[in-house]
Design a protein around this ligand. Structure first.
Ligand code: ATP
Ligand code: MG
Length: 337
């Protein structure tokens, strides 16, 4: 993925090289728990995220978005391939102490579940400040007030309990906690889903502003193409454990090169709506991937060779449209939606 020439000279913030993640799961229909079979949650994933980039990971449920994030963050090791953070194996960086968690903040989908309802907002933020030794205790109230202001909450929110906050306020507190360590990277898994439209819009504006003010690198998982387009300059579209298309978000969404990206775009005609209707055709089981392209069975453009050859992600040479890549034997060239 692209960014400024200066950041091109530094190692990327994150890099996934040919990452495979295979979970051993019980064989379907087997009564013996020892009969395991490999589930390919990630398959041949390549992704480069440079300093200052904002990348949306998009795909249907089960496509591997959360697994990719777990590998990226070193929470689970890849079965094959490499997950690098600033040029070094992320599991190694993580093992060195709190430095990685201080630099890379995470906001979870279940923000309410991640906050102890019996603690006040001030205490929740203070906990994060202390965990990372950010400031002496005497400076905590001022820090907490500054963080609350930064996420658009009133100063008196510090005295309130998490259980008494609205859905939007809870997300703001989760973001304030994530920012307590002054991170350079913010990673979020469905951080604005499940909210009403206006609350979601306010949070998206907040995240956009924070990104600009703090120069954050942003990795954002979403089901919603509108959210991806509003918040992220780049997009990576996943299907059954593989990244099938990457590139500048608006270029990909207006002229998709991969038939799956096009189908996703067509399934969300209102654009700013989550992908709710599944695409026609059945998703193959990740326990039994077909030969050839895994999207061929649902692809209206599939040709005979698509059922034989499994395409890998490769750069597309499209005039005036740099930074595009797709895993398709016959990428679309001038799709009009
Ligand atoms: P969603 O949009 O529903 O959150 P996702 O794109 O985040 O989906 P993942 O949670 O990464 O998808 O799951 C990818 C595949 O890996 C799925 O088939 C899932 O069932 C499987 N999977 C994920 N975690 C595990 C695990 N710990 N053990 C076994 N299988 C897993
Ligand atoms: Mg997920």
């Amino acid at each position: 993925m692209t960014d400024s020439p200066e950041s091109d000279r530094m190692p990327p913030v994150f890099e996934l090289r040919e990452v495979e993640k295979i979970y051993q799961v019980a064989r379907p229909g087997s009564v013996f728990s020892r009969h395991k079979v490999g589930l390919h949650a990630l398959d041949g994933v390549r992704l480069t995220i440079r300093q200052g980039a904002s990348v949306a990971l998009v795909g249907e449920s089960g496509s591997g978005k959360s697994t990719l994030l777990r590998v990226l963050l070193g929470l689970t090791p890849p079965s094959e391939g490499f997950a690098l953070y600033r040029g070094r194996p992320v599991t190694e960086v993580r093992a060195e102490g709190k430095g990685f968690a201080r630099e890379v903040a995470m906001v979870y989908q279940d923000a309410r579940g991640s906050l102890d309802p019996r603690m006040t907002v001030g205490a929740l933020i203070a906990e994060a400040l202390r965990h990372f030794d950010i400031c002496p205790r005497s400076e905590e109230p001022a820090r907490i007030a500054a963080l609350l202001a930064r996420v658009g909450l009133p100063g008196d929110a510090a005295a309130r309990y998490a259980s008494a906050l609205s859905g939007g306020q809870v997300r703001r507190v989760a973001i304030a906690r994530a920012l307590a360590s002054n991170p350079s990277v913010l990673v979020a898994d469905e951080a604005v889903s499940g909210l009403d439209v206006s609350t979601q819009a306010q949070l998206l504006n907040l995240l956009r502003r924070l990104r600009a003010e703090m120069g954050l690198t942003l990795v954002f998982i979403t089901h919603d193409l509108g959210v991806a387009s509003y918040l992220c300059d780049e997009i990576a579209i996943m299907y059954l454990g593989r990244i099938v298309e990457t590139g500048p978000t608006n270029a990909v969404l207006t002229a998709p090169a991969h038939p799956y990206s096009r189908a996703l775009r067509l399934a969300a005609p209102e654009f700013f709506a989550p992908i709710t209707d599944p695409l026609p055709g059945e998703i193959p089981s990740p326990l039994d991937l077909p030969k050839g392209c895994r999207f061929a069975g649902r692809c209206v453009f599939a040709r005979p060779d698509c059922r034989e050859t499994d395409p890998v992600l490769f750069r597309l040479a499209i005039p005036d449209r740099p930074g595009r890549a797709a895993a398709c034997l016959h990428p679309l060239t001038d799709t009009t939606i």
